[in-house]
Design a protein around this ligand. Structure first.
Ligand SMILES: [Fe+2]
Length: 390
């Protein structure tokens, strides 16, 4: 319901359809949610032999109709294959994995509800679906995308073109953030996915009309939590359980904020770049964030200075430098350069591809962006961002 409602100056919305649990060893709670259900498990192939996952699977054994292990990006052809195999034999999907696995699961449900995958409730499309009859239970194994609580999904066709849609009926019914499933995440993955979460909080609080008091509270209070938790995990190596769980909860709440508000042109540019490269979502965001943040410097600085006593970084410059230093220290910067080494990323063709995507979002460029974003300005920002990798 209210798929086409947008926050404006007079009317705002707070929808958080997912019930979120966090802690350690949540198998009993998961079992309570799932008993008597007909369950399809969609799990990251990486977890196939994971002892925590195997224990849960054994516990649910008599209710599990089928289990599918997925690796790589969520591809439409694989979604269609599994959709055909399981048609009508289930009422619950248990999704065990990061953002791509969750999006895979959401796409299966979207296909069932709407009979299509591309453009659901995007632009002029209206695909309201009133009755929700498939339950989605998500067990995140990463800490950044917020896909488990978000109404959006992104999958890819055989040409790596983005296929996406949105519906409140696709948010997880339950999210179980179990420390046992995230505790082995490598440091660089924690940093990358937390960066995605950080950008979600920044983009939702800089927009002009769709922002809300509620999401500002989350952004301003949780950005310092993310930075502090990362500092504790990466440098002081203290209270791993507490800090990693905090990052995961911040991510799930960010999934809810992007659903209630919107993302901006950093995500738009990054989405286009993702289709042209083999970079991850967070890596593509990183390429654009510095130039775009500098563009919004005035508003970001005023928000940080006026509202954020908890954040040690008192200017946007110091915040940018903090992320850059961490990306260098964890050799992510080096990895991005390596991935782009053999392609001419700075070609006019690539710049135009990204520019076209950014220009399509007229609502952001002329209504929501704190500074009106002309085509020339966008081109300049994209060029400057990519020039560091040519
Ligand atoms: Fe994102």
């Amino acid at each position: 319901m209210f798929e086409k409602f947008f926050n404006n100056n007079k009317k705002k919305r707070i929808f958080i359809p997912s019930k979120i649990f966090y802690g350690e060893n949540l198998n009993n709670e998961i079992y309570e949610c799932l008993k008597e259900k007909k369950i399809i498990i969609i799990a990251d192939n990486f977890f196939k032999n994971n002892s925590v996952f195997k224990k849960l699977k054994n516990k649910l054994n008599k209710y599990v109709v089928n289990t599918f292990y997925i690796s790589g990006p969520p591809k439409v052809e694989n979604i269609n294959k599994i959709f055909k195999k399981i048609n009508g034999k289930y009422n619950t999907i248990l999704s065990v994995g990061g953002g791509t696995i969750t999006d895979f699961s959401k796409a299966i449900i979207a296909k069932k509800y709407f009979g299509k995958l591309d453009g659901i409730n995007i632009g002029k499309d209206v695909s309201n679906y009133k009755k929700k009859n498939i339950q989605l239970i998500s067990l995140p194994t990463t800490v950044g995308s917020g896909a488990e609580t978000s109404r959006y999904y992104v999958v890819f066709d055989k040409n790596n073109k983005k296929i996406h849609g949105k519906s409140w009926n696709l948010c997880s019914d339950y999210v179980f953030i179990d420390y046992l499933l995230i505790k082995n995440l490598p440091k660089d993955q924690i940093l990358l996915s937390s960066f995605d979460c950080f950008i979600h909080y920044v983009e939702t609080f800089i927009c002009k009309n769709e922002k809300s008091w509620f999401n500002e509270i989350l952004s301003l209070n949780l950005i310092p939590v993310i930075i502090e938790a990362l500092n504790n995990l990466l440098h002081k190596k203290k209270q791993k359980k507490k800090n990693l769980t905090k990052l995961a909860v911040c991510s799930s709440l960010a999934g809810a904020t992007i659903s209630n508000v919107r993302t901006g042109n950093i995500h738009e540019a990054a989405g286009a770049l993702l289709e042209l490269t083999n970079l991850s979502h967070a890596e593509t965001l990183y390429i654009f964030f510095e130039e775009f943040f500098n563009f919004y410097k005035k508003i970001l600085n005023s928000k940080i200075n006026n509202n954020n006593k908890n954040l040690k970084h008192d200017t946007i410059y110091s915040l940018i430098e903090w992320w850059k230093k961490e990306f260098k220290r964890n050799r992510i910067d080096e990895r991005i350069k390596k991935k782009l080494k053999n392609m001419n990323i700075y070609s006019q063709e690539n710049i135009n591809y990204i520019l076209n995507r950014v220009n399509q979002d007229k609502v952001w460029n002329y209504k929501e962006s704190p500074i009106i974003l002309s085509k020339n300005k966008s081109q300049h920002l994209i060029r400057k961002s990519l020039s560091k990798y040519k």
